[in-house]
Design a protein around this ligand. Structure first.
Ligand code: RP5
Length: 206
């Protein structure tokens, strides 16, 4: 198979990064990959969750953001750029990634499960971008693990990724608890108002 110069440049970048021996503070903790930029609207939930939890996006390996916790984002197509997918998974550990979130759509949504096989033992959280992608994302054989969320739930995929990281980083556990407290407050506030206003008025003013 021929390989475009642009894809080769990305492969070279990943391979050279894997040999840099950068510190944990400099490397991305979470990698987000998606099969196409047409998946981005669905995968944007992962960006939203991570930034809400204080992560910053690393876009230049030589100039990482201030935040201790960072993520990176790439389009990697299992079918159109299999060598890039391989390089991404194979270099994940040496580039400092602790978890990968992989999303793909269509009926042959192979990026999450193939990335999980290549990056093993780095955990991969699969996001089926469409309902019809669910079976191909979750259908891994015994011994080849993949964690997956329901179709479109990239926000939850990011929360799960941070949960995994939080076992080694108490400050992330505190951020997850604070996020959950905010959710509880939301339910508490709305429940109190519904109860006190009564159903009819609450519904009208909603
Ligand atoms: C999958 O094919 C991608 O993950 C995407 O969801 C779908 C369609 O890709 P495009 O044709 O929009 O690039 O591999």
């Amino acid at each position: 198979m021929t390989r475009s110069a642009k894809v080769q440049a990305l492969i070279d970048l990943l391979e050279s990064e894997s040999g840099r021996g950068r510190s944990d503070e400099e490397t991305p903790d979470i990698g987000i990959v998606m099969g196409s930029d047409s998946d981005l609207d669905t995968m944007y939930g992962a960006y939203e969750a991570l930034t809400e939890l204080g992560f910053e996006e690393l876009t230049d390996y030589d100039d990482p953001p201030e935040s201790r916790f960072t993520f990176e984002t790439f389009v990697v197509s299992a079918h159109r750029t299999p060598e890039l997918m391989y390089a991404y998974g194979e270099t994940a550990r040496d580039r400092g990634l602790d978890v990968i979130i992989a999303g793909a759509g269509g009926k042959s949504a192979d990026l999450p499960n193939m990335t999980a096989s290549i990056a093993y033992p780095i955990p991969v959280i699969g996001v089926p971008v469409q309902e019809k992608s669910v079976d191909s994302v979750i259908g891994m054989p015994t011994g080849a693990p993949l964690v997956a969320v329901d179709a479109g739930k990239s926000f939850n995929a990011a929360l799960s990724a941070v949960q995994m990281l939080s076992r080694a980083h108490p400050e992330l556990e505190a951020r997850l608890e604070e996020y959950h407290d905010g959710l509880q407050d939301g339910v508490g506030t709305v429940s109190k108002r519904l109860h006190e206003q009564g159903t009819k008025r609450f519904r009208e003013e909603r």
